[in-house]
Design a protein around this ligand. Structure first.
Ligand SMILES: [Zn+2]
Length: 349
């Protein structure tokens, strides 16, 4: 069976199940990980196939199906960035393919005693140094790709002094070099804490990027006309209104603060972090997880209000989130707690 058909079949077999975004993300990462074994058996995957695999994964992430008509909420490029840099850490297949080719340039540059190096040096490059090689216009697709990779990696092997070091080339390092890292986002630890329920993390991530499909965005895209907030019916629904100004959300956040005994600004996690510095690491972890949970519940309540015209009481939402966070904490914790932390946790229950 063709590679893309195999991936589509695998995704379809899961598609009928009600998976959250986080569940779909886990499935995409597992599918892409299995490509490794396929990769090791061939030279490189053509771009056309890469585009198809990418489209299947992208559609599945946003719709749960292998086809999707709308524009995705977040660009694929952002999704492929590491979580520390504001992405989802999905592997960027095209860059990975290029990094894989970098290995061949590395062999050439290091004059590795390898049958492939001897073959390409004698048949194609002859007396030309690898860094100056210009392939003939009628050469094979594979040779063109390798020549392109040589141009790409020339800088890494010379200016970045990889050749001067004793390190062997690894595809992971080549991938990191090609990707060119971006600044780390302030909310990375809060968003991806293992204490969070995975589906909370995913929605919190989309909230940080302001990429959830709120009514203002839907109307802009041509869907619907009524801009009114589902939760309060008192203002137009936008990202900022829903998460920071809506009376329902501010009620949730202020009740959460009251229960946890902390004060923070809902739209300023960085400030909140510094406020929390006087607290123990454990308390800060629990506080941030509760905040991520309540953020998820605001979005979930909005969706419930849209479908069922039913809204849970903010007090119940907050109590349930704290209960979930503490249950996850006790299930994972194996260390002895300080008396101060034990008293604080007891006060939350
Ligand atoms: Zn509202």
């Amino acid at each position: 069976m063709h590679l893309t058909d195999r991936i589509t079949a695998r995704i379809r077999s899961w598609g009928s199940r009600q998976l959250s975004y986080a569940g779909r993300l886990a499935l995409i990462n597992s599918v892409l990980a299995t490509l490794h074994s396929y990769w090791s058996s061939i030279f490189l995957i053509p771009n056309g196939i890469m585009n198809k695999i990418e489209a299947i994964c992208r559609n599945f992430l946003w719709s749960g199906k292998d086809s999707y008509q709308r524009a995705p909420n977040v660009s694929w490029d952002t999704c492929c960035s590491p979580k520390d840099e504001g992405g989802l850490g999905i592997k960027d297949l095209k860059t990975w393919n290029r990094a894989l080719l970098g290995k061949y340039t590395w062999w050439l540059a290091n004059k590795k005693d390898h049958l492939w190096v001897r073959w390409i040096s004698h048949v194609y490059m002859k007396d030309t140094h690898w860094s100056n090689y210009d392939p003939p216009p009628d050469c094979s697709w594979t040779l063109k790709k390798i020549a392109h990779s040589m141009i790409l990696f020339k800088q890494a092997y010379t200016n970045d002094l990889w050749l001067a070091s004793d390190k062997e080339y690894t595809v992971t390092e080549g991938y990191a070099w090609l990707r060119q890292s971006k600044p780390k986002v302030l909310w990375r630890h809060i968003c991806w804490s293992p204490m969070n329920v995975p589906k909370w993390s995913f929605i919190f991530w989309a909230v940080q990027l302001k990429r959830l499909l709120t009514k203002d965005r839907m109307i802009q895209m041509g869907f619907g006309h009524d801009p009114c907030c589902y939760l309060c019916s008192a203002a137009d629904e936008s990202h900022d209104h829903l998460f920071y100004q809506c009376p329902f959300s501010t009620h949730c956040i202020s009740y959460l603060q009251q229960k946890l005994g902390v004060h923070f600004s809902a739209d300023s996690l960085a400030r909140w972090d510094s406020n929390g510095r006087a607290r123990s690491k454990l308390q800060r972890k629990i506080i941030s997880s509760c905040h991520v949970g309540v953020t998820y519940c605001i979005w979930n309540s909005r969706n419930k209000a849209r479908l069922d015209a039913y809204v849970l009481r903010p007090e119940n939402i907050v109590r349930n989130v704290i209960k979930d966070v503490l249950a996850r904490f006790w299930a994972k914790n194996s260390s002895v707690l300080s008396t101060r932390d034990v008293r604080w946790i007891q006060g939350l229950s």
